[in-house]
Design a protein around this ligand. Structure first.
Ligand code: FAD
Ligand code: NAD
Length: 479
């Protein structure tokens, strides 16, 4: 029997892959998406959505929301005159709620595939060769192996957690993101290796629910990629106000697993210390998934870090093979992968798909949230760019006061000569939503004055953005 033929075959059904497949179908191409992972599906059927929907963005944000409400009920309600006699958390209910959201959303993507006539091929996808105009891709599934032919292949195989030598992850006691999203009870003492996004987000979840949380970070600087003023405010809030124990400049010597938990031996300066904990999360970054892809059989170039080598438009070294998302250079963020998926589908049909890598927002969903787009002061200084800065604290914002949550600020950085916005940095309640305005402004090449002359609803947190833009020209009205 002849192989099935498609205009586009996507390998990997995460945000980069499923969006690429849907956009390709919208553009009139025949599209298929290969996905191998059932994640936690009770029937063992593949689940779309990749890391993001199954063990990443969505489940972590569900737990962050539940734990935030618990924390507010315990600590913030009282200032509004609301008192509770007793407060309890049922971790089982919290985790089931998270699982239900995941099931709903992953099932929703299968629905979108039906709507757009994208063929789902369940199994492990790998290149096996080329025949005429077509790349040949093998799909090894539960029911056997088939080979499909594709004029274009989009590799969207994503990433997996990086583990450390000598620290065996069993996702029961020593966990990566997958295990850390499904604890069945609040651990009394939680250790975390890595004070990056996952360490701080998941560390916050379990801290709010009552764990004693200790985070061990190798770098001497906290949140080195963030705006320095934001990192300083975050350090103060997370350690002094919220009680996360964060140690920097740490070297992990040894991790020993016993019947009752885990002991981490680590060094800080000349001192050797031990940390006893009931659970340990290892969150030290992620690695691209290109093993088992058959890249060598088609001459697909992979770099020394295991990523598919692509140009600015996600085109690989082979014609008709593209790659998007965590498996290529750049930020490992769901929205970056989705934008790349759209770009590639559009370029396949000859359109001018494009991603503006300078306007990709970053968000950490801690409390307060941290969000930024564009350059930091550190980057601008090292590039020798002259800039002006405007910074407004939420303490001067009426809505923040009304909400009882005034931590943080908005900071706008603009070119000293042209006033063009070069970066916007927010730490505070709802920073994840507020940053969208800055992203749009930067996409349109706006100046700080453009933001300053834009009417913002009153009273809203977005007025802090307005005031920060005014402050660039030293003419804030309410601070
Ligand atoms: P993935 O989502 O990893 O999907 C790749 C898919 O390909 C997987 O389903 C995998 O099973 C499949 N696959 C791999 N190899 C094959 C093969 N050979 N054959 C068939 N299928 C294959 N990002 C954000 O933007 N915001 C957040 O809030 C956020 N929170 C996160 C929280 C956590 C705990 C984690 C771990 C990540 C988070 N991320 C977040 C990152 C985000 O999840 C990733 O950037 C995103 O999922 C990458 O999308 P992708 O499509 O490139 O890859
Ligand atoms: P990360 O890169 O954000 O942080 C890893 C941290 O571990 C770094 O600070 C690093 O210095 C530290 N580290 C590395 N080796 C270490 C060692 N041996 N000992 C101690 N510390 C060590 O990675 P992550 O937190 O694992 O998250 C992975 C990726 O997933 C992120 O980079 C991000 O792209 C994505 N993610 C995004 C979000 C979001 O957008 N809100 C949330 C979670 C994850």
């Amino acid at each position: 029997m002849a192989n099935k033929q498609f205009d586009v075959v996507v390998i990997g059904g995460g945000p980069g892959g499923y969006v690429a497949a849907i956009r390709a179908a919208q553009l009139g191409l025949t599209a298929a998406c290969i996905e191998k992972e059932p994640y936690a599906d009770p029937k063992g059927e593949v689940r779309l959505g990749g890391t993001c929907l199954n063990v990443g963005c969505i489940p972590s944000k569900a737990l962050l929301q539940s734990s935030e409400l618990y924390d507010q009920a315990g600590h913030s309600f009282v200032m509004h005159g609301i008192s509770l006699d007793s407060l309890k958390i049922d971790v089982g209910t919290m985790v089931r709620r998270k699982d239900n959201i995941v099931t709903q959303l992953t099932g929703g993507i299968k629905g979108l595939f039906k709507k757009h006539k994208v063929t789902l091929l369940a199994g492990h996808g790998k290149f096996v060769g080329r025949d005429g105009d077509y790349w040949q891709v093998e799909v090894a599934g539960k029911d056997g192996v088939e080979v499909v032919d594709a004029k274009n292949v989009i590799v969207a195989t994503g990433s997996k957690p990086r583990h450390l030598d000598g620290i065996p992850v069993d996702n029961k006691t020593i966990c990566d993101n997958a295990g850390a999203l499904s604890f069945d009870a609040v651990p009394k003492r939680l250790g975390v290796i890595g004070a990056g996004v996952i360490g701080l987000e998941l560390g916050s979840v379990w801290k709010r629910l009552g764990s004693e949380v200790t985070i061990l970070e190798a770098l001497p600087e906290f949140l080195a990629a963030a705006e320095p003023a934001v990192a300083k405010e975050a350090w103060k809030t997370f350690t002094l106000k919220q009680g996360l124990n964060i140690y920097l400049d740490v070297r992990i010597n040894k991790v020993t697993q016993g019947k009752k938990g885990v002991t981490v031996e680590y060094e800080v300066g000349d001192e050797t210390r031990t940390l006893d904990c009931d659970k340990l999360i290892v969150s030290v970054g992620r690695m691209p998934c290109t093993d088992g892809l058959g890249a060598e059989s088609v001459g697909l170039q992979i770099d020394e870090r295991g990523r598919v080598v692509v140009d600015d438009h996600c085109q690989s070294n082979q014609p008709g093979i593209w790659a998007v998302g965590d498996v290529v250079r750049g930020a490992m963020l769901a929205h970056k992968g989705m934008e790349e998926g759209v770009m590639v589908a559009e370029r396949i049909v000859g359109q001018a798909g494009h991603v503006n890598y300078d306007a990709i927002p970053w968000v950490m969903y801690t409390h307060p949230e941290i969000a930024w787009v564009g350059k930091t002061e550190t980057q601008l200084k090292s590039e020798g760019v002259e800039f002006r800065a405007g910074q407004i604290p939420f303490a001067a914002n009426g809505r923040a006061l009304g909400q009882g949550d005034t931590t943080g600020f908005v900071k706008v950085l603009a070119d000293a000569r042209t006033d063009r916005i070069l970066g916007v940095h927010i730490i505070g309640n709802n920073a994840s939503e507020l940053i969208a305005e800055a992203v749009v402004a930067m996409e349109f090449g706006a100046s700080a004055e453009d933001l300053a002359r834009t009417c913002h609803a009153h009273p809203t947190l977005s007025e802090a953005m307005h005031e920060a833009a005014l402050a660039v020209d030293k003419r804030s009205l309410h601070f």
